[in-house]
Design a protein around this ligand. Structure first.
Ligand SMILES: C[C@@H](N)C(=O)N[C@H](C)C(=O)O
Ligand code: ZN
Length: 206
Protein backbone atom coordinates (compact mmCIF):
# COMPACT_ATOMS: atom_id res chain seq x y z
CA UNK A 1 0.00 0.00 0.00
CA UNK A 2 2.24 2.71 -1.35
CA UNK A 3 0.52 5.79 0.03
CA UNK A 4 0.87 4.51 3.60
CA UNK A 5 4.67 4.87 3.30
CA UNK A 6 7.35 6.96 1.61
CA UNK A 7 7.77 5.01 -1.63
CA UNK A 8 5.34 7.09 -3.65
CA UNK A 9 5.41 10.17 -5.85
CA UNK A 10 5.06 12.60 -2.92
CA UNK A 11 7.87 10.97 -0.92
CA UNK A 12 5.68 10.87 2.22
CA UNK A 13 2.86 8.84 3.71
CA UNK A 14 -0.38 10.55 2.71
CA UNK A 15 -2.97 11.86 5.19
CA UNK A 16 -5.68 9.34 5.99
CA UNK A 17 -3.44 6.32 5.44
CA UNK A 18 -2.92 5.31 9.07
CA UNK A 19 -2.47 1.67 8.05
CA UNK A 20 -1.36 -0.26 4.98
CA UNK A 21 -4.79 -1.80 4.45
CA UNK A 22 -6.95 -2.22 1.35
CA UNK A 23 -10.56 -1.09 1.72
CA UNK A 24 -13.02 -1.47 -1.17
CA UNK A 25 -16.75 -1.70 -1.73
CA UNK A 26 -17.76 -5.31 -1.21
CA UNK A 27 -18.65 -6.18 -4.82
CA UNK A 28 -15.32 -4.79 -6.06
CA UNK A 29 -13.44 -6.82 -3.42
CA UNK A 30 -15.33 -9.96 -4.42
CA UNK A 31 -14.45 -9.43 -8.09
CA UNK A 32 -10.81 -9.04 -7.07
CA UNK A 33 -11.01 -12.26 -5.08
CA UNK A 34 -12.12 -14.09 -8.23
CA UNK A 35 -9.16 -12.61 -10.15
CA UNK A 36 -6.82 -13.81 -7.42
CA UNK A 37 -8.27 -17.33 -7.60
CA UNK A 38 -7.59 -17.45 -11.33
CA UNK A 39 -4.01 -16.18 -10.96
CA UNK A 40 -3.29 -18.62 -8.14
CA UNK A 41 -3.85 -21.45 -10.63
CA UNK A 42 -1.01 -19.94 -12.72
CA UNK A 43 1.35 -19.62 -9.71
CA UNK A 44 0.84 -15.87 -9.79
CA UNK A 45 -0.64 -13.41 -7.33
CA UNK A 46 -2.06 -9.90 -7.30
CA UNK A 47 -0.15 -7.19 -5.45
CA UNK A 48 -2.23 -4.17 -4.54
CA UNK A 49 -0.73 -0.67 -4.45
CA UNK A 50 -3.83 1.38 -3.61
CA UNK A 51 -7.53 0.79 -2.97
CA UNK A 52 -9.89 3.24 -1.21
CA UNK A 53 -8.24 6.68 -1.06
CA UNK A 54 -9.52 9.25 1.48
CA UNK A 55 -10.35 12.59 -0.18
CA UNK A 56 -7.88 14.29 2.17
CA UNK A 57 -5.13 12.26 0.45
CA UNK A 58 -6.29 13.52 -2.95
CA UNK A 59 -6.07 17.06 -1.55
CA UNK A 60 -2.50 16.33 -0.41
CA UNK A 61 -1.63 15.01 -3.89
CA UNK A 62 -2.89 18.27 -5.42
CA UNK A 63 -0.91 20.31 -2.87
CA UNK A 64 2.23 18.37 -3.82
CA UNK A 65 1.63 18.82 -7.55
CA UNK A 66 1.40 22.58 -7.16
CA UNK A 67 4.29 23.03 -4.71
CA UNK A 68 7.53 23.58 -6.65
CA UNK A 69 9.53 23.46 -3.38
CA UNK A 70 8.22 20.10 -2.13
CA UNK A 71 10.90 17.72 -0.89
CA UNK A 72 12.22 15.10 -1.44
CA UNK A 73 12.81 15.17 -5.19
CA UNK A 74 10.52 12.50 -6.60
CA UNK A 75 10.93 13.34 -10.28
CA UNK A 76 11.81 9.68 -10.91
CA UNK A 77 8.01 9.16 -10.97
CA UNK A 78 7.50 11.75 -13.75
CA UNK A 79 10.87 11.95 -15.53
CA UNK A 80 9.56 13.66 -18.67
CA UNK A 81 6.66 15.71 -17.30
CA UNK A 82 6.31 18.66 -14.95
CA UNK A 83 4.39 17.54 -11.88
CA UNK A 84 2.10 20.58 -12.15
CA UNK A 85 0.62 19.00 -15.31
CA UNK A 86 -0.14 15.55 -13.87
CA UNK A 87 -3.76 16.32 -12.94
CA UNK A 88 -4.50 17.99 -16.29
CA UNK A 89 -2.91 15.10 -18.18
CA UNK A 90 -5.14 12.59 -16.40
CA UNK A 91 -2.52 10.76 -14.33
CA UNK A 92 -4.08 11.84 -11.02
CA UNK A 93 -7.81 12.57 -10.62
CA UNK A 94 -9.22 15.35 -8.46
CA UNK A 95 -12.45 13.30 -8.10
CA UNK A 96 -11.01 9.82 -7.99
CA UNK A 97 -12.96 6.56 -8.18
CA UNK A 98 -10.51 5.43 -5.46
CA UNK A 99 -12.34 7.73 -3.02
CA UNK A 100 -15.58 5.96 -3.91
CA UNK A 101 -14.02 2.58 -3.07
CA UNK A 102 -14.34 1.20 -6.60
CA UNK A 103 -10.82 1.67 -8.02
CA UNK A 104 -7.72 -0.42 -7.43
CA UNK A 105 -4.08 0.05 -8.42
CA UNK A 106 -2.34 -3.29 -8.69
CA UNK A 107 0.08 -5.59 -10.47
CA UNK A 108 0.91 -9.29 -10.80
CA UNK A 109 3.79 -10.96 -8.91
CA UNK A 110 5.14 -14.52 -8.91
CA UNK A 111 3.51 -16.46 -6.07
CA UNK A 112 5.73 -16.48 -2.98
CA UNK A 113 7.98 -13.62 -4.18
CA UNK A 114 8.90 -10.80 -1.82
CA UNK A 115 8.99 -7.04 -2.32
CA UNK A 116 12.70 -6.00 -2.20
CA UNK A 117 13.32 -3.53 0.62
CA UNK A 118 12.84 0.14 -0.25
CA UNK A 119 15.57 2.51 0.94
CA UNK A 120 14.54 6.18 0.88
CA UNK A 121 18.22 7.25 1.08
CA UNK A 122 19.06 5.63 -2.29
CA UNK A 123 18.80 7.47 -5.60
CA UNK A 124 16.71 5.18 -7.76
CA UNK A 125 16.54 5.68 -11.52
CA UNK A 126 13.59 6.97 -13.53
CA UNK A 127 10.46 4.82 -13.39
CA UNK A 128 10.75 4.28 -17.13
CA UNK A 129 14.25 2.77 -16.83
CA UNK A 130 15.76 -0.53 -15.74
CA UNK A 131 17.33 1.24 -12.75
CA UNK A 132 13.94 2.13 -11.24
CA UNK A 133 13.22 1.18 -7.64
CA UNK A 134 13.02 -2.63 -7.44
CA UNK A 135 9.64 -4.34 -7.27
CA UNK A 136 8.73 -8.03 -7.38
CA UNK A 137 6.10 -7.20 -10.03
CA UNK A 138 6.23 -8.94 -13.38
CA UNK A 139 8.05 -6.47 -15.65
CA UNK A 140 5.33 -4.16 -16.95
CA UNK A 141 7.82 -1.86 -18.70
CA UNK A 142 7.39 0.95 -16.17
CA UNK A 143 6.90 1.06 -12.40
CA UNK A 144 3.69 1.79 -10.49
CA UNK A 145 2.69 5.47 -10.68
CA UNK A 146 5.16 6.13 -13.47
CA UNK A 147 3.51 9.15 -15.04
CA UNK A 148 4.64 8.78 -18.62
CA UNK A 149 3.20 7.72 -21.97
CA UNK A 150 5.08 4.42 -21.70
CA UNK A 151 2.71 3.56 -18.82
CA UNK A 152 -0.27 3.88 -21.18
CA UNK A 153 -1.59 0.35 -21.24
CA UNK A 154 -1.36 -0.08 -25.00
CA UNK A 155 1.90 1.84 -25.44
CA UNK A 156 3.78 0.51 -28.45
CA UNK A 157 7.33 0.95 -27.16
CA UNK A 158 7.37 -1.82 -24.55
CA UNK A 159 8.91 -5.24 -25.29
CA UNK A 160 6.83 -8.31 -26.27
CA UNK A 161 7.44 -9.81 -22.79
CA UNK A 162 6.28 -6.60 -21.09
CA UNK A 163 3.18 -6.59 -23.35
CA UNK A 164 2.48 -10.21 -22.42
CA UNK A 165 2.82 -9.37 -18.72
CA UNK A 166 0.40 -6.44 -19.01
CA UNK A 167 -2.00 -8.72 -20.85
CA UNK A 168 -1.94 -11.27 -18.00
CA UNK A 169 -3.21 -8.55 -15.64
CA UNK A 170 -5.56 -6.95 -18.15
CA UNK A 171 -7.25 -10.18 -19.23
CA UNK A 172 -7.63 -11.59 -15.72
CA UNK A 173 -9.21 -8.34 -14.52
CA UNK A 174 -11.40 -7.95 -17.59
CA UNK A 175 -12.82 -11.46 -17.17
CA UNK A 176 -14.20 -10.40 -13.77
CA UNK A 177 -15.65 -7.10 -14.96
CA UNK A 178 -12.83 -4.76 -13.89
CA UNK A 179 -12.07 -2.06 -16.44
CA UNK A 180 -8.59 -0.68 -17.06
CA UNK A 181 -7.77 3.03 -17.36
CA UNK A 182 -5.92 3.49 -20.63
CA UNK A 183 -3.28 5.89 -19.26
CA UNK A 184 -2.15 3.61 -16.42
CA UNK A 185 -1.58 -0.13 -16.80
CA UNK A 186 -2.10 -0.56 -13.01
CA UNK A 187 -5.45 1.28 -12.53
CA UNK A 188 -8.78 -0.58 -12.74
CA UNK A 189 -12.30 0.20 -11.65
CA UNK A 190 -15.47 -1.74 -10.95
CA UNK A 191 -18.28 0.64 -11.80
CA UNK A 192 -21.06 -1.85 -10.91
CA UNK A 193 -20.26 -1.12 -7.24
CA UNK A 194 -20.16 2.68 -7.64
CA UNK A 195 -22.82 4.53 -5.60
CA UNK A 196 -21.38 7.94 -6.54
CA UNK A 197 -20.33 8.84 -2.98
CA UNK A 198 -16.75 9.88 -2.20
CA UNK A 199 -15.51 9.25 1.35
CA UNK A 200 -12.93 10.75 3.68
CA UNK A 201 -12.71 8.32 6.60
CA UNK A 202 -9.14 7.42 7.54
CA UNK A 203 -7.76 3.93 6.92
CA UNK A 204 -6.95 2.43 10.32
CA UNK A 205 -5.21 -0.78 11.45
CA UNK A 206 -7.54 -3.78 11.56
C1 LIG B 1 -2.39 8.38 -8.94
C2 LIG B 1 -2.70 7.07 -9.60
N1 LIG B 1 -2.28 6.00 -8.77
C3 LIG B 1 -4.17 6.97 -9.91
O1 LIG B 1 -4.89 6.25 -9.24
N2 LIG B 1 -4.63 7.74 -10.90
C4 LIG B 1 -6.04 7.82 -11.18
C5 LIG B 1 -6.29 8.64 -12.42
C6 LIG B 1 -6.78 8.42 -10.00
O2 LIG B 1 -6.22 9.28 -9.31
O3 LIG B 1 -7.95 8.07 -9.82
ZN1 ZN C 1 -5.54 4.27 -9.45
Amino acid sequence: MRYAGENNFTGHALPGYNAAECALRRAAAEALKRVQAELTRQNLSLKVYDCYRPTRAVTAMARWAHDPNALPDTSRFHPRLQKSRLFALGYIASHSAHSRGVAIDLTVVPQGSQQPPYDATLRYGACTSATRAPDNSLDMGTGFDCFDTTSHTQDGLITPQQRANRDVLLNAMRRQGLVNYKREWWHFSYSAADNGNAYDFAIEPR
